[in-house]
Design a protein around this ligand. Structure first.
Ligand code: NAP
Length: 276
């Protein structure tokens, strides 16, 4: 088993994920895994970074596929005995003009952004080593979508005692409500992406709380963040930040020094803790 520290970034064949891998290759003292659901796109991204003189490693990972997540888990457990840095970056968004029915957009978006990210956490968080860092890439849209929820939902999503099971029930209810076309009446905002990212931010708050309760002495720091509005295939060419600038906050959280006792369980943008 290798004693080398290891960092893993999901959805990192392009966009912000690729920029996070590039930055970690330069700054993280260990092995950095670029992962992609498609091995061809992943290997092409590895080759691109190799041309820049960097040495990322590759592993396949489709966060929609539990078998794929478990294969990565078993590999990391066997080769490294755990994980030092995990960045949950993989995500999807329908384009504004997409004509797919809202209920389809809700189901597909929640499947990857919330349920896929949660499955990665369920399988990989137990492997996080003491002083490990976990970064869940959410979005400022989670905050605006939260403000668009009914008072009752806002209270639940801001609760310091909400459980993971209750959050999963709420995310499932959103998808079901869109199918019955009652999501408006039930107090949901009109954004599937926004609700999926509420899920990511609230999940992060819950997971940080559980780490405090179950592994309090291990100094693990786990946060949600927004990278900003970043020029990628998702956000388009008019966005204000380059992928490298978008990677700055996630990388800052991934590399918080071992002496740091925070931020933890926070929502962070531009390296600043934001109110939830
Ligand atoms: P992007 O360029 O579209 O890249 C998304 C990445 O996620 C791609 O590598 C994609 O792989 C991967 N991915 C999607 N579904 C996956 C799955 N099931 N399993 C594994 N990988 C999967 O988008 P981006 O702008 O870099 O976004 C990265 C993260 O930042 C997302 O979580 C996004 O919501 C968040 N974010 C972005 C912005 C922004 O302005 N760009 C703002 C706020 C938050 P494929 O190439 O195979 O599709």
């Amino acid at each position: 088993m290798s004693n080398v520290p290891v960092a893993v970034v999901t959805g990192s064949n392009k966009g912000i994920g690729l920029a996070i891998v590039r930055a970690l290759c330069k700054q993280f003292p260990g092995d950095v895994y670029l992962t992609s659901r498609d091995p061809g796109r992943g290997q092409a991204a590895v080759a691109l970074l190799q041309q820049e003189g960097l040495r990322p490693l590759f592993h396949q990972l489709d966060i929609d596929d539990l078998q794929s997540i478990r294969a990565l888990r078993d590999f990391l457990k066997e080769k490294y005995g755990g994980i030092n840095v995990l960045v949950n970056n993989a995500g999807i968004a329908f384009k504004v003009h997409d004509t797919a029915p809202f209920a389809v957009q809700a189901e597909v978006t929640l499947k990857t952004n919330f349920f896929g990210t949660r499955n990665v956490c369920t399988e990989l968080l137990p492997l996080i080593k003491p002083y490990g860092r976990v970064v869940n890439v959410s979005s400022m849209v989670s905050s605006s979508a939260l403000r668009g929820c009914s008072q009752e939902l806002q209270q639940k999503f801001r609760s310091d005692t909400i459980t993971e099971e209750e959050l999963v029930q709420l995310m499932t209810k959103f998808v079901e409500d869109t199918k019955k076309n009652i999501h408006d009446k039930e107090g949901w905002p009109n954004t599937a992406y926004g609700v999926s990212k509420i899920g990511v931010t609230v999940l992060s708050r819950i997971q940080a709380r559980l780490l405090n309760e179950q592994r309090g002495g291990d100094h693990i720091l786990l946060n949600a963040c927004c990278p900003g509005w970043v020029r990628t295939d998702m956000a388009g060419p008019k966005a204000t930040k380059s992928p490298e600038e978008g990677a700055e906050t996630p990388v800052y959280l991934a590399l918080l020094p071992s002496s740091a006792d925070g931020p933890h369980g926070q929502f962070v943008s531009d390296k600043t803790v934001r109110p939830w």
